[in-house]
Design a binder for this molecule. Sequence first.
Ligand SMILES: [Cu+2]
Length: 287
Amino acid sequence: MSGKRVLGILGMVVSVALGFAGSALAQPVIGVPHDWQTNFPPAFTPVMDKVESLNSLLLVIITLICVFVLALLVYAMWRFHASRNPVATTTTHNTVIEIAWTVVPILILVVIAIPSFRLLYYSDKAIDAAFTIKVTGNQWYWTYNYPDLGDFTVESRILPEADRIKQKPQVPRLLAVDEEMVVPVGTTVRIIGTAVGNSMHGWTVPGFGIKKTVIPGRLNEGWINVTKEGYYFGQCSQICGDNHSYMPIAVRVVSKDVFDKWVEQKKKAAGLIPATDFASAATPANR
Ligand SMILES: [Cu+2]
């Protein structure tokens, strides 16, 4: 190994160690894009696992089609070159080939349609969800309402750049918010989405395989079940006006214990449970 390379690796180790030491966040920051990324982000929900499998199947199919078409093209250029084929053919129809180029693409489309529709319905409705979060797109921030857990609401707004550097330096620019959506790990959560005001928004978290257009006056449904604790990010994916670029989506995935404590704290802050109840509920004997 060359000296330069060893230095490079040492530099990386030191910067990673410093990154952890300076961390103000309890969970690792994951689900953010990185330099030279060309593929999907890693999957952190069952839906995204299936999205990636479908993508892999499609990649094989389109590669085979491209190679086949390219081979035909090269063969035709060689075989029917003027020097090899001075007298042009007068053939205009060939029934066998015409049936083949109609039937084969239909079969390919059926092969694609079956897993595609299966995935569409799989991602569409939550089965046995533990609770529901109602996502509302506002101009230009998100609100997360927890109707099954006391009906409290969290407002999630982008952190100004100076505050991001102070409070959440590990989070990339334009992705940090003051309050994240919080969900417990390994739990099926139903997401219903709508919007207020006069524009649509898109609640999209690539690592979760969810992309819901939220529309004033309508409810759209999806679900997540995140397999790993951490901070995850997405961005509004529906052009919605002036501050479309400044309404990032951040989701904090925590253990069930931490989540329960967070819910109690939110309910207390919203005046949904008296402070004394909260204090006694938090003692170990009552847990
Ligand atoms: Cu938008």
